[in-house]
Write a protein that binds this ligand. Sequence first.
Ligand code: RB5
Length: 149
Amino acid sequence: MIAIACDHAGPALKDEIKAMLTEMGETVKDFGTHTGDSVDYPVYAARAARAVASGECEKGIVICGTGIGISMAANKVKGVRCALCSDSLSAKLTRMHNDANMVAVGARVTGPELAKEIVRVFLTTPFEGGRHQRRVDMLTSLENGQELE
Ligand code: RB5
């Protein structure tokens, strides 16, 4: 199950991404918003991010105007590693190296075809593990207030 959420900048892109995910055979849980009426992106980020952190959803996609605010908000949820991507190489590498479990895109920054490609690459690229696991573990340590050295 893939979590998806957006603020008022993102419903049209969210719908396009949902259609692609369905074609890919994914099940999608849509946490809103559904219209262009102004809302607060942290609310929608939290809904999707908590679903990923709890394990209800395997991965998550969040969208706002720039992708910045909603990625910042998602990253406040313990256990979430949300990468803001505006190119598909970053989407690939954040899976391979950071084991990102959420991706953010900016609906006012990134066109729909590129945004869909970013999401497709994000969802189909595995984590590489190895030396990257140690660094991802350090992210968790930071999140838990532990010293790194
Ligand atoms: C909303 O106007 C806008 O601030 C929001 O979509 C996002 O870009 C915030 O980071």
